[in-house]
Write a protein that binds this ligand. Structure first.
Ligand SMILES: Nc1nc2c(ncn2[C@@H]2O[C@H](COP(=O)(O)OP(=O)(O)OP(=O)(O)O)[C@@H](O)[C@H]2O)c(=O)[nH]1
Length: 290
C-alpha cells in the first residue's frame, strides 16, 4: 500500500529501532503520538497501557512494543461498532455536517458504494438554498446510478423535499434513501430546528436508519468544535471522516471516536467516486502502525 501522509509510519520511522526499551524510545513514541493528533489525553492513556503491559509481560524488544501499540489502537478503534444499519426498506439515511467538509461528494460516493452492492438508491437534495449545490448533488447521484429528488423551486422547505424523497423510495421499492441536509443557516438553533422538522416529517413515512455526520479529517479538533451542535442535537448514529488521503493526521480518527462515543462508519480517501470505504479497525490500525 502506498504510504499516506496520515500514516503514523512516517512518524514511527526511526522509532522502535533501538535494541532496548529505554526512556528515549518512550519519549520518541510520545512525541510521535502527539504529532499524529492523538491528543494529550489519549496519548497518556496509550502510553500508560503500553508501559504496564511491558512490565507485566517483561517485554525487552522494541519490536514487541510496536506490535502492542498496533493492537492497542485496533482494540480501541473496535470499541464501537462500525456496521451500517440499512436493513429497513427503505432505509432512510440523513447526511449532516457543516458546509465544505465533503458532504456532497460523500453522498455521491456513498450512493456508488451502495449501488455497487446491488442496492437501489435515491438521493434527496434537501439542502435547497443553493441551486448550484443541488445540481452538483444531482450530477454525483446520476454518476452513481441513483435516482434524485430535487426541490421544485429554490428555497423549497427542505422537509418537503425529504418527504418526497422517501415517498418516492416507497413507491418505487427503492432500498435506500439518502437525504442531503443544510450545513449552514443563520443560526445553529435554526439549523437544528430545520433538521428536527426533516426528521419529524420523514418519520411519518419511515423510521430513520442512520444519521451520518461528515467530518473533514484535515481540520482535526476545529472540525469537531464546528460540528458540536450536530453531535449534541442531531441524533448522529455514525461518523464519516473525509479527506484521509490529504494532510489529515491518523490519530484524529481514534480521538474523535473516543471523544464523541459515535462509531466511525465510513472513510473518504480521495475525490473519486470510488474513494469511500467502510471502516475496518484492523485495516486502519495496520496502516497507522505498519
Ligand atoms: N482529497 C479529498 N478531497 C475530498 C474528499 N471528499 C471531498 N473532497 C473535496 O472537498 C471539497 C468539498 O467537497 P463538497 O462535497 O463540495 O463539500 P460539501 O460539504 O458538500 O460543501 P458544500 O457543497 O459547499 O456544501 C471538494 O473539492 C471535494 O472534491 C476526500 O475524501 N479526499
Amino acid at each position: 500500500m502506498a504510504e499516506r501522509s496520515w500514516s503514523l509510519g512516517g512518524a514511527l520511522r526511526g522509532l522502535f529501532t533501538t535494541p532496548v526499551v529505554d526512556d528515549e524510545m518512550w519519549d520518541d513514541l510520545e512525541a510521535a503520538l502527539i504529532g499524529a493528533d492523538f491528543g494529550p489525553d489519549l496519548t497518556d492513556e496509550i502510553l500508560d497501557h503500553l508501559r504496564s503491559e511491558v512490565d507485566r509481560l517483561r517485554i525487552t524488544d522494541p519490536a514487541d512494543v510496536k506490535r502492542l501499540l498496533r493492537e492497542t489502537i485496533e482494540e480501541r478503534l473496535a470499541a464501537h461498532d462500525p456496521t451500517l444499519r440499512l436493513s429497513e426498506r427503505p432505509a432512510v439515511v440523513l447526511v449532516v455536517g457543516v458546509n465544505g467538509v465533503g458532504k456532497t461528494t460523500t453522498i455521491g460516493k456513498f450512493a456508488k458504494f451502495l449501488t455497487g452492492y446491488q442496492r437501489s438508491v435515491v438521493v434527496g437534495a434537501a439542502d435547497t438554498f443553493r441551486a448550484a449545490a443541488v445540481d452538483q448533488l444531482a450530477t454525483w447521484a446520476e454518476r452513481a446510478g441513483a435516482g434524485v429528488v430535487r426541490p421544485q423551486q429554490q428555497g423549497q422547505d427542505p422537509a418537503s423535499v425529504a418527504y418526497q424523497t422517501v415517498e418516492r423510495a416507497i413507491a418505487d421499492g427503492t432500498d435506500i434513501a439518502i437525504i442531503d441536509t443544510a450545513g449552514r443557516l443563520q443560526t445553529k438553533a435554526g439549523l437544528m430546528d430545520e433538521l428536527a422538522k426533516v426528521r419529524r416529517v420523514v418519520e411519518k413515512l419511515a423510521p430513520i436508519a442512520e444519521v451520518l455526520l461528515v467530518l473533514d479529517g484535515t481540520t482535526g479538533q476545529n472540525g469537531v468544535a464546528q460540528a458540536q451542535a450536530f453531535i449534541e442535537h442531531a441524533g448522529v448514529t455514525g461518523l464519516v471522516i473525509t479527506k484521509l488521503d490529504g494532510s489529515a493526521k491518523g490519530g484524529f480518527v481514534l480521538r474523535v471516536q473516543q471523544q464523541t462515543g459515535i462509531p466511525i462508519k465510513l472513510i473518504g480517501q480521495g475525490e473519486g467516486i470510488g474513494d469511500l470505504t467502510g471502516f475496518t479497525p484492523h485495516v486502519f490500525a495496520q496502516s497507522l502502525v505498519p
